[in-house]
Design a protein around this ligand. Structure first.
Ligand code: ATP
Ligand code: MG
Length: 359
């Protein structure tokens, strides 16, 4: 059983007056899941991973593997007795050891026979696509291959759980994408529970069954990639998961879970009512740039109208900046072959179903 349950976990590195690195977090990782901790630098991702691994002791709360309690304040089962592998943020492999010796290191500590060591190292190397590289030294490998040695080293001990701290951060964009697919395949093939740390939202969306969005040591939202991108729980999550436009306005309940959001005197959208909305109040409507369509403005336009002030060709899409009469600038992404040019008057059609409203 390799599920992980984190209950009310807090950790502060300094004394009690310090801002905690991790504050009262609750996360449940079902057996065989690919779960990602996502958030900006300093939000507590590595701290959470090190708490799960048993390298640090929590101030309060507890961690269970299956139904076995492995961490609580003042008592921690050591890392080597947790059935976990860990790939560290700086993946440190030993430069003076061969690939074989690097991977075998974890096994030798665990007192395997020589035959077992050879068999298991070869198996771990072939799992990461490095069969035949065993005699090389790290400086004879590419960055991606070194990264895979670090991965093989943690796989060789046949962990039930693998903890990975930004394991692809040192790779170029192409290689990172390739390794992403390989990691996902590896996780599916082995059924190992993965807890993966990244600050890259695209990586989290591509890899995860579940994403935990963290900010300032706290869990902001836990959900599938679709849920955290399309249905962010708050402004912080919406902002972190991608580009957004924010419109201020008034929202009033319409009943049956619906509400009317008025952006300006004549533009109103029917949206899903946010929880807690009981009467008309001020709110923020959040729209991603890909959910706004542009059409040429007509004189009787009863929509948002603005003027294109810049356009940027990004290869697979065109990004346009539109200035509204009130001075607000709105970012819109459209097909790269669209015919608009700077100075054009356009209508902005917002896809109401894909908006989020926060009050
Ligand atoms: N050993 C330490 N001693 C004191 N403070 C620490 C220590 N390690 C981390 N911190 C602090 O705890 C907070 C969380 O750090 P953590 O390393 O968990 O962040 P992170 O989300 O992994 O960031 P990054 O994306 O930059 O790796 C930060 O404010 C950091 O400065
Ligand atoms: Mg970190």
């Amino acid at each position: 059983m390799a599920s992980i349950t984190i209950k009310n976990l807090s950790k502060s590195y300094g004394d009690a007056s310090d801002v905690p690195a991790v504050k009262n977090i609750n996360i449940s990782v079902p057996d065989g899941t690919f779960l990602t901790l996502l958030g900006p630098s300093g939000c507590g991702k590595t701290t959470t991973l090190r708490l799960i691994a048993g390298y640090i002791t929590p101030d309060s709360g507890e961690i269970l593997i299956g139904d076995r309690r492995v961490s609580e304040a003042g008592s921690v089962v050591p890392p080597e007795k947790r059935g976990m592998g860990m790939v560290f943020q700086n993946y440190a492999i030993w430069p003076h050891k061969t690939v074989f010796e690097n991977v075998a290191f974890g096994l030798k500590i665990r007192r395997n026979t020589n035959d077992e060591v050879v068999k298991k190292v070869q198996q771990a190397l072939s799992q990461v696509g490095l069969a035949g590289y065993d005699k090389r030294y790290p400086n004879e490998l590419s960055g991606g291959q070194q990264q895979r040695v670090a991965l093989a080293r943690s796989l060789v001990v046949e962990p039930d759980i693998l903890l990975l701290d930004e394991p692809l951060s040192n790779l170029d964009a192409k290689l990172r994408e390739k390794m992403r697919t390989e990691l996902k395949d590896l996780q599916k093939r082995t059924g190992i529970t993965f807890v993966y740390v990244t600050h890259d939202q695209a990586e989290a969306l591509a890899l995860s069954d579940q994403i935990v969005v963290m900010q300032r040591g706290e869990v902001q939202q836990i959900g599938t990639p679709y849920e955290v991108y399309e249905r962010p729980a708050n402004r912080l999550v919406a902002d972190f998961m991608g580009l957004i436009n924010v419109f201020e306005g008034e929202i009033k309940p319409l009943g049956h879970g619906k509400a009317l959001f008025t952006i300006s005197d004549h533009v109103a959208l029917e949206v899903t009512a946010p929880t807690g909305l009981t009467s008309a109040t001020k709110g923020e409507l959040v729209v991603r740039p890909e959910n706004i369509t542009l059409v040429p403005a007509t004189s009787q336009s009863n929509c948002l109208v603005g003027k294109i002030i810049s356009h940027t060709f990004l290869g697979n899409l065109m990004e346009l900046l539109i200035k509204l009469p009130n001075g607000q600038e709105v970012r819109v992404q459209s097909h790269p072959m669209n015919k608009f040019t700077d100075g054009d008057e356009v209508e902005l059609m917002i896809d109401a179903a894909s908006t989020s409203v926060f009050i």
